[in-house]
Design a protein. Structure first.
Length: 317
């Protein structure tokens, strides 16, 4: 049978005081309990730790040599208990999260700043990665959380749908699209279209919506940089196919935003490893990200575009 932490505490205090009475008083136990524990400790180590002289217990050289090791164990256990207390309160730890470019530039910094305002001991690792890398690193438990556009496929990943949002057409001020209630494929065929590359989830979804050949024909500029799309539209280089995260915080007075007909919807998802449950700390952060997204959704609807916040539900990819 292994020694208990309590027995090591008794040993530590006794080595410091060399008194069974003082040890019992310090730990609020009986003197007989101290004596019993000391005998059990000697039996466990199979070495003599104490000897009696003039009716008093004294330490052997072996006991003195063990003292720094006992102190180190008690110190580490104390640190462990302190860390557990922090984790129970979700007030400390490390959160690693990766997302697509727009999320790392907008939603996540806002959430992290707010989260750290009342949990200053939490450390964050924030990365911008392509979708495939996010999925792989979440699966391999290199990331606590991923944020990307669905659908996501592959074993070992839990997918939590969060927000369904429409793709819209951005056009420069004075453009004819500004007078339309919706932009159709026929409308786009006579324009220079700026859209996401096939390397992005948004680009793949748009290709499947229009069919790859049509998408290639109408697209004159492809980019995986959403901010570049908005700047190109502002400069009159064409019309852009974007989602609300691209424009919600930008000044859009110089840009028209028009729905597509038929509509194209993207689904924002959170990714977690299915091999381990979320910690209290991570769950607290996830709740904060959802709150930030809800605020963005409200502002998106105020801009005239309906989105759908999805209830918490987990799918295994």
């Amino acid at each position: 049978m292994r020694l208990s932490i309590r027995q090591l505490e008794i040993l530590q205090i006794f080595i410091e005081t060399c008194s069974a009475t003082e040890t019992a008083h310090t730990l609020h136990i009986t003197q007989s309990a101290v004596s019993q524990s000391l005998r059990e400790i000697e039996n466990y180590f199979s070495i003599k730790l104490f000897y009696r002289k003039s009716a008093q217990l004294h330490l052997t050289r072996e006991a003195l040599e063990l003292m720094p090791y006992v102190n180190a164990v008690i110190r580490d256990v104390t640190r462990l208990e302190q860390q557990v207390d922090l984790l129970r309160g979700a007030d400390a730890g490390v959160i690693s999260v990766a997302a697509m470019s727009t999320m790392t530039a907008r939603l996540l910094p806002e959430t992290i700043a707010r989260f750290k305002s009342y949990r200053p001991q939490v450390r964050f690792q924030l990365e911008q990665l392509p979708n495939g890398s996010i999925v792989r690193q979440v699966k391999d438990e290199m990331l606590d959380m991923g944020v990307t556009i669905g659908p996501v496929e592959g074993p070992g990943v839990e997918v939590e749908p969060v927000w369904r949002l429409p793709v819209v057409c951005a056009s420069p001020a004075g453009h004819r699209f500004g007078k339309l209630k919706a932009v159709t494929l026929k409308d786009l065929e006579s324009e220079s279209v700026i859209a996401s590359t096939a390397a992005t989830q948004a680009g793949r979804l748009l290709r499947s919506h229009f069919d790859a050949e049509t998408y290639r024909r109408i697209t004159s500029i492809e980019t995986n940089l959403s901010m570049a799309t908005m700047e190109l539209v502002r400069r009159g280089a064409g019309v852009g196919l974007i989602h609300p995260l691209d424009f919600i915080d930008d000044a859009v007075d110089s840009i028209n935003l028009t729905p597509l007909d038929p509509p194209v919807e993207l689904e924002l998802v959170f990714l977690f490893s299915s091999a381990r449950p979320k910690s209290l700390l991570l769950q607290g952060f996830v709740d904060e990200v959802r709150a930030t997204i809800a605020a963005f959704a409200s502002r998106t609807e105020q801009a005239g575009f309906r989105t759908t916040l999805l209830p918490e539900a987990v799918r295994v990819a």
